[in-house]
Write a new protein. Sequence first.
Length: 303
Amino acid sequence: MKTPHVSVLLREIVQAFEGVELRNFFDGTLGAGGHARALLAIHPEIEKYIGCDRDPVAHEAAAAALSPWREKVEFVRSSYSELKQILRELKIDSLQGVMIDAGVSSMQLDHRERGFSFRGDGPLDMRMHPSADLTAEEIVNKYPEAEISRILFEYGEERRSRQIARAIVDARRKKPIRSTAELVKLVEPIVGRSPIHPATRTFQGLRIAVNDELGELEKGIQAAIDMCSVGGRIAVISFHSLEDRIAKTLFKKCEWRVAKRGQAAAGCLKILTKKPAIPTPEEIQANSRSRSAKLRIAEKICA
């Protein structure tokens, strides 16, 4: 059964841009357009809303939701890491708002043929852009054991990465591993009982590797910092510690501080969330997939 798409931390995202005159806004993960619909309704001053997403399915879903603002919305099928190039092509010099909703969407999880979910069965795909070359199946069946172990440990934070990599290599010697169900069957007895599904971290690691999610996120946030005008704000929603750490580190790196002698230290951001915003218990009850979400917000205060 498919779960209706619900925009995570919607109220908090709307609050993040309160009081900001949003002429040009960049939505780095358009999804089904839930955040976009709310922001466009509340900010009639928006002249150009750039809805960016690698997934063509997302554009199809968002087009209907955003039809009342069709003249303002620019649909871009790309990654938010290409923000600067996208703005050059659109002849836009700066932004007053940027939002990046990292990770996989409920739409991708719910379509078994995309291979993102460990529930049910589907091909080992996991590509956010269906025309990309690398798939999870290629990693599982062709990568060396040590590299599979590294991916699961570094990207999936899976403590049993070596045992899982060994099981994968042993199994693929007999026949290729083609489906999500086959992979889950290998992982479950190794991980055993767990508060989360035993294959959660394995699938996370593979998905991140297939889509270079951490590299894309780092490039996207840095580009957002560079392209925001003074007074503009950047909001980043993450779903696991690796993503959150990148946002936190980049914001801290660019944070404006006052040195001991009263002089301004290097930096151009004011961090508005000393601790990340998280979903309310009510939101988690209504949408269990929001439970790990964290929101960090920063404001550009100098060029």
